[in-house]
Structure formats: structure tokens, C-alpha cells
Design a protein around this ligand. Sequence first.
Ligand code: SAM
Length: 273
Amino acid sequence: MAHTVRDFLAASPLPRLESQLLWRQVLGVSRAWLIAHDTDALDPAHAAAYQALEARRQAGEPMAYILGQREFWGRDFQVTPDVLIPRPDTEVLVECGLQAIAGLQAPRVLDLGTGSGIVAVSIALDRPDARVRATDCSAEALAVAEMNARALGATLLFSLGNWYDTQLDSGRYDLIVSNPPYIDSQDTHLVQGDLRFEPQGALTDGADGLSALRCIVQGASDHLRPGGALCVEHGWDQAAAVRGLFQSSGFPDAASLRDLADIERVTWGRLPA
Ligand SMILES: C[S@@+](CC[C@H](N)C(=O)[O-])C[C@H]1O[C@@H](n2cnc3c(N)ncnc32)[C@H](O)[C@@H]1O
């Protein structure tokens, strides 16, 4: 029978790293503490708490939801099942957005579909002079984004609504960023792996995967100043279609950027100045 962390690690069906992370969550300790104390006798309440988390993980629940957080752009963000789990691919979107406003003072930024707030908060913290508005159609997601902004010390404006049909700022934006739902509703991945646990409205547009992107790209010129930039994340096979949307929506020089897996993941462009 398991009586110590070391016993539990040896018996766990989970990868060792996951099991250690769950123990750190239960005991509220660092990795170094856990290693140094892995033969201490365990409190039965802690053993029971660990077993409950291990059962959730074995049932397939993503680690990010069990731990309640995920690292993104060098910071820890809180996540709940109301928001998409932050993906490393989305760092390309943040990089693209930051580069697009690099030469501007006090840029005005709009993040459409902010979810946990990772994009808006990262931009606001890296550019404290920026005025950043974050929107979502999910009140629950906006509450998570607000919690992250508060915890990380970012000042943002928030609004609830359907893409551009929400409270926006007077005047036009220098940058619009968005990582909208872009998975085709027929894609079988939606009912597999981590995606089973994530909000469907954050993953799929309920249509061909391009409808949210169409709405965002086609509406952008009404909300950007001349020379303003639009950066959107999209699926691995959507870059050509999204560049086409940009070109037919007033962005003559749209280009796509690759993620760490060398997949065209983000498309961006500027309105003519
Ligand atoms: C793919 S998630 C991205 C979340 C976050 N920006 C990120 O990168 O992790 C898409 C987000 O768009 C929001 N969303 C979906 N449809 C929307 C709509 N019609 N208007 C505004 N937001 C929407 C979802 O609630 C979700 O939070």
C-alpha cells in the first residue's frame, strides 16, 4: 500500500511528471520540496485528494484544467473549463501583434475572442502604453480574462458581444488581433483528446471553420485606421483561404507566419496608409 509520495509515484499509471505536478498541487509545494520530502509519511486527506486528481487525469481531463493554470508568453494564466487552454502556437499571434505596433506610441488594440485573455494581457503587459480592449461572447470567459488581467497587473478594457457587435472605443484601432474558433464543425478531433473538455464555442464556428475568420477579416477595415494592422490565428490548412480573405477585404499584402511546427498559423496585413 502507498504511504509516501514516492510510493504513489511508483504505483501511478500517469507519466511521472504529471503525477509530480498533481502532488505539488495537492501539497502546495515546489518541485525541490517534493523531491526532498518524497519519503515523508502522508496525511490520509492528502492521499485522498491526490487520488481524486489522478482519477480525473486518467479520465482524460486536461492537466491545465486540473491544475487551473497554464504558462503562456512567460507568465502563468489561470484557466477554467470556460476557456480554451492556451496553446504555444498562439505566441506567434502575440509576436505578430507586438511587431505590428512596434513603432507606435500609445497604440490602440482590440482583441476579439479573448478567452482567458492571454493575447490581450500579454500585449498590454509588454506594451504598458497601449490601450487594449478585450472582447468575448462568453461572459464566463471574460470573467477569467478579467481575473488574469488583475492577477498579472494588466490594465484592459473588456466588452461582451458578438465580434464587432459590442462596446468598442471611439476612434479607430491601430491593431486588431484574434484567435477565433476555426475548427470545422465536422472535424472528428472535436470529440477526441483534450478538445472534448474545452468549450465547443471556443473551438468551432459551428460551420466550415472559416465563418468567424470571414466576419473578423471582412469587418476589420471599418474599425482600423489607415495603415492599421490585422493579425489572426487560423488552422493548419486555412492560410491560403485566409490570405484570400485579407486580399478581398482591403489588405493587399497579406502574409502568413509559421509556428514552431513550421505550419502557417497566423496571417496578417495592413490597410493601405
Ligand atoms: C479559440 S478561442 C481563443 C481564446 C484566446 N484568445 C486564446 O488564444 O487562447 C476563441 C474565443 O472566441 C470566443 N468567441 C466565439 N465566438 C465569438 C463571437 N461570435 N464573438 C466574440 N467572441 C467569440 C470564444 O468564446 C473563445 O473565447
